[in-house]
Design a protein around this ligand. Structure first.
Ligand SMILES: NC(=O)c1ccc[n+]([C@@H]2O[C@H](COP(=O)([O-])OP(=O)(O)OC[C@H]3O[C@@H](n4cnc5c(N)ncnc54)[C@H](O)[C@@H]3O)[C@@H](O)[C@H]2O)c1
Length: 266
């Protein structure tokens, strides 16, 4: 394969659907061997993918790329440790780690939100990213730099990590944690030539957001609040992620790349 990531090895969590799937496909299109991982290999129902009946790793292989699937719950220590070990075992090293897996438990204020909803959100959206960074960095520190980099980490945060989104308390808390963990790790590992950056997407069409988009009132509010005439797509998130995963972003670390059609700009 040719491309900006030819010969590189990438891991993507939550890669079966939505943003993670688009990211895995885009990394593979740039030549990376991609280790796809999720709770299950099949895409979530309710997604907007045109090829939803095929698994992400199958789509990559059918296009002539290299991919494998590893079953991993991003919130579980042993699963994430095994995921990184499996990528290194199969492909020899780890160049790109994309911590994308995330959940959203619905709209409610903190008064109605249950302790279980908070715990689950923090476990996947915050601890999951911490685990992905921990095991990726541990591996990258053992690798000699290639083209000046030991490895690149891209965390998929959200505009919910930058501003308060109405009725999303634990989601915003978790994404705020991802945003500042990204900056903290950038400081600790810049000297080792490990880049740690985040993409902060706005609202876009995936299975996670279908409840908003299929509700006429919520759909109208999202469009009214968006300066850009239409909402974004998973491909917009994927392109920003690929940029941060390549040498094009050589000197970018601790960056929060907002991709939101201007939602957080007013
Ligand atoms: N869609 C949006 O508008 C939007 C906006 C900002 C940020 N994000 C973020 O993008 C990321 C992906 O979201 P999406 O919209 O594609 O959602 P999605 O629900 O469409 O896909 C999420 C994928 O992650 C997987 N997943 C969930 N929990 C997991 C776990 N514990 N371990 C491994 N995999 C798990 C799911 O099975 C699914 O395949 C999330 O971090 C989300 O917070 C999404």
């Amino acid at each position: 394969m040719t491309g900006k990531l030819a010969g590189k090895v990438a891991v993507v969590t939550g890669s079966s659907s939505g943003n993670g799937r688009a990211i895995a496909l885009a990394l593979a299109a740039e030549g990376a061997a991609v280790v796809c991982s999720d709770l299950r290999r099949e895409a979530r129902e309710g997604g907007y993918e045109s090829d939803i009946d095929r698994t992400t790793d199958d789509v990559i292989r059918l296009a002539g790329g290299k991919a494998e699937f590893v079953d991993a719950d991003a919130s579980r220590y042993a699963d994430v440790e095994n995921l990184v070990a499996s990528a290194v075992g199969t492909f020899g090293r780890l160049d790109v780690m994309v911590n994308n897996a995330g959940i959203f438990t619905g709209l409610h204020t903190i008064v109605e939100e249950t302790e279980d909803e908070y715990d689950r959100t923090m476990a996947v959206n915050a601890k999951g990213v911490w685990l992905g960074c921990k095991f990726a960095i541990r591996q990258m520190l053992t690798q000699d730099p290639v083209d000046g980099s030991r490895g690149r980490i891209v965390n998929i945060a959200s505009i919910g990590g930058l501003v308060g989104l109405a009725a999303e308390p634990s989601y915003c808390a978790a994404k705020g944690a991802v945003v500042n963990l990204t900056r903290q790790l950038a400081v600790d590992f810049a000297a080792e030539r490990i880049n740690v950056n985040a993409v902060c997407p706005g609202f876009l069409a995936t299975a996670m957001v279908r409840p908003f988009l299929s509700d006429p009132e919520l759909n109208k509010v999202l469009h009214e609040k968006s300066p850009w005439p239409e909402l974004g797509t998973a491909q917009d998130v994927a392109k920003a992620t690929v940029f941060l995963a390549t040498d094009d972003a050589r000197w970018a670390t601790g960056t929060l790349l907002t991709v939101d059609g201007g939602f957080t700009s007013p």
